[in-house]
Design a protein around this ligand. Structure first.
Ligand code: CP3
Length: 357
């Protein structure tokens, strides 16, 4: 297949800190339950996993937000938990309760059995990536993604979401070598998985380190960032003559921004606790920044949403040698009104044009 020419490369240019005429925008979890059409497709698929494991359905829901809003990137519809699912941990989504593993990793025997899965077990993901690329036909770039080894390991050890991370932190403090073994295998799997997404057509990749922020200073660097770096070091950074930018997002990681840059990523995702002007100054524009509107701000009024969008863009300031991709500071809430998302996207595009003159 000959790839169609990219009609809108604003997102890829901003990630590489090249000149753009406006700030590109996409939203974490842009395909999801706040869209009625997503819920319809999910009920046709029968379940979230039925949706994510079927490339036709995955393609359909990936495109849905782009049909509603003039977003500047598409993101593969999948989940960060597909790797441990392929490792045999038995992923289930219990309605209203989120993900759950039938076989969490708790003992040394559990960990000794853990291995990098055959990438063929994840073929449905790579098939979805190529099908989405074909369907996009050059409209906007496609982002591939994975969870960070630490964040994925949180689910593998806890067996589900957690409020205190007691099981994985017990392992971290009491049996650190065991946790390092899980992280090592997961990092190897993540690396192979993302490179396979790139070969299938992903034009940028993002690592979601949603729970890195629960770690103590010093331990974040050892148990999360070191493995993120291992993945970044092995990634295909250029494919078919195109640069493949890498975005690293540690939620709650603002204090570690200087450290995160040492992972070798092209862009850092930031949550709403960070001021973008101060962030740029701290790293001297050495990488692009992605973020960082509070997703809850979308429960304000049309006027307050426009004001908050302008505040984020003003905080970033004149683009100069930097690069800014507008996003939320975490995933969009399922209770968000899609009409307010139109307001957000419109304001980002309209207001940012003056920053790029
Ligand atoms: O951004 C996108 O539109 C792409 C799709 C995407 C999903 N999950 C789809 C999904 C992405 C990038 C993810 C990443 C993901 N998954 C993360 C990291 C990002 C973050 O939000 O911190 C995490 C921690 C997960 C694990 C996960 N998957 C949880 C905790 C849940 C339940 C969430 C909830 O709100 O109930 C999921 C399920 C999931 N993944 C949904 C979607 C659209 C909702 C499932 C449904 O339709 O019922």
């Amino acid at each position: 297949m000959v790839a169609a020419t990219l009609q809108n490369d604003t997102f890829l240019r901003a990630l590489q800190r090249q000149p753009v005429s406006y700030t590109p925008v996409w939203l974490m979890r842009q395909a999801g339950r706040y869209l009625a059409e997503y819920n319809q497709t999910r009920s046709r698929a029968g379940s979230f996993l039925g949706l994510a494991k079927n490339p036709d359905f995955a393609t359909e829901v990936t495109i849905q937000p782009l049909e509603r809003f003039p977003l500047d990137a598409a993101i593969l519809f999948s989940d960060i938990l597909m790797i441990p699912d392929a490792m045999g941990l038995g992923l289930e989504f219990v309605a209203g309760e989120g993900p759950r593993f039938a076989h969490p990793l708790r003992t040394e025997a559990d960990v000794n059995k853990l291995a990098v899965p055959e990438m063929d077990e994840l073929r449905y993901v790579f098939d979805a990536v190529s099908q989405i690329r074909q369907t996009l036909n050059g409209r906007v770039p496609l982002i591939g993604f994975a969870g960070s080894p630490w964040t994925v390991s949180c689910y593998m050890v806890e067996g589900q979401g957690s409020s205190d991370y007691r099981n994985i932190k017990t392992m971290l403090y009491a049996q650190p070598a065991l946790l390092h073994r899980i992280l090592e295998v997961t990092a190897q799997a993540t690396l192979q998985y993302l490179n396979e997404q790139i070969r299938a057509g992903a034009q940028a990749v993002m690592l979601f380190d949603s729970w890195g922020g629960v770690l103590a200073d010093g331990l974040y660097q050892q148990f999360s960032l070191a493995y993120i770096k291992q993945v970044c070091d092995g990634l295909l950074r250029e494919y078919n003559g195109q640069k493949i930018p890498v975005i690293v997002f540690t939620k709650g990681g603002g204090l570690w921004l200087e450290d995160i840059v040492t992972s070798g990523c092209d862009a850092v995702g930031l949550d709403w606790t960070v001021n973008l002007a101060k962030a740029r100054a701290r790293i001297n524009d050495s990488v692009a920044l992605q973020g960082n509107l509070d997703p809850m701000s979308l429960f304000g009024t049309e006027e307050s949403v426009r004001q908050e969008v302008r505040r984020v863009i003003d905080d970033f300031g004149p683009v100069g040698n930097g690069g800014h991709v507008f996003n939320l500071g975490h995933g969009i809430s399922q209770f968000t009104n899609p009409e307010i998302v139109s307001v957000l996207v419109d304001e980002v595009h309209a207001y940012s044009q003056k920053m790029h003159k």
